[in-house]
Design a protein around this ligand. Structure first.
Ligand SMILES: Nc1ncnc2c1ncn2[C@@H]1O[C@H](COP(=O)(O)OP(=O)(O)OP(=O)(O)O)[C@@H](O)[C@H]1O
Length: 261
């Protein structure tokens, strides 16, 4: 296996195994994600990519192994606590509210940061109002960053797939994550939409200083934007190296030529 030299890790997963009955989705996987990295997670269908994101983000409990995020052992934390610690994720497809506007969908990501409850909102209206104004300002900044301002009042259900995926990214950004896990954010997009999203992802890492883990099938995109590529096959990690090294790795070549893609 080719190993890349890695910076100090922000996220450290050790010996993760995940079983569903008789199926071993992940087998003794260890990965490190550094503070400034853009890491692609690739592998044939059923290799375990989504399962790994689910374990890292607290949606699945590993059968074995540990996950540490910024020094905390988060492997058994509930999902909301993992999210509050700053690990945000998107899903294959989108988890948006189709009848609500783009702005309101992004505001959903802000709820985690809102201090006012219904009671305080009722008795201390000025405080709740000030807070809502502040939350909207953050949402507006994200709309600007993702070039979605002109769509702010459009119901999400009326948008094309590529734009909906962009709103989904905005919702995740609204959580002010310290790290972003993106599950196939470009699936179903045309070339132009992919190029736009790749630009935003690079910008998220560079100007917003948020490290990104990205599950992606489009090898062109992966090779263009990733600092490092982790390759899974049948639940095992078979490579963890720079894009150039992974392209030449014989285990990776045979996994992809093995009839899966
Ligand atoms: N909830 C589940 N229950 C049972 N088996 C599951 C479950 N989730 C995943 N698996 C199995 O675990 C293995 C890994 O699946 P996973 O979805 O993580 O792969 P993947 O690499 O993300 O695939 P794809 O590229 O098709 O999304 C597969 O054999 C899959 O059938």
């Amino acid at each position: 296996m080719t190993e890349a030299r890695q910076p100090p890790a922000m996220l450290e997963a050790r010996d993760l195994t995940l079983k569903f009955g008789g199926v071993t989705a992940l087998s003794e996987i260890s990965v490190d994600i550094g503070h400034h990295e853009l890491v692609a997670l690739i592998g044939p269908n059923g290799a375990g990519k989504s399962s790994l994101l689910n374990v890292l983000s607290g949606f699945y409990r590993p059968s074995q192994g540990t996950v540490r995020f910024e020094g905390n052992d988060i492997g058994r934390w509930p999902v909301h606590r993992v999210a509050q610690a700053g690990l945000a994720r998107t899903f294959q497809g989108t988890h948006l509210l189709p009848h609500m506007s783009v702005l309101d969908n992004i505001l959903v990501g802000r709820y985690m940061h809102m201090k006012s409850t219904l009671t305080t909102a009722f008795f201390y209206y000025p405080f709740a109002h000030r807070e809502e104004v502040a939350q909207r300002a953050v949402a507006e900044e994200i709309l600007g960053f993702l070039e979605l301002e002109h769509l702010r009042h459009h119901p999400v259900g009326t948008l094309g797939y590529g734009m909906r995926k962009r709103v989904d990214l905005g919702r995740a950004l609204a959580m002010e994550p310290r790290m972003l896990l993106l599950d196939e954010p470009m699936a179903g997009m045309n070339t132009e939409e992919k190029e736009d999203l790749a630009r935003f992802i690079l910008d998220i890492r560079e100007s917003r200083k948020i490290p990104v883990v990205l599950v992606e099938h489009d090898m062109g995109v992966v090779m263009d934007i990733a600092d490092r590529v982790i390759v899974l096959n049948f639940g095992r990690k078979i490579a963890d190296a720079t894009p150039a090294a992974v392209q030449k790795d014989e285990h990776v070549i045979s996994a992809y030529l093995g009839g899966h893609q």
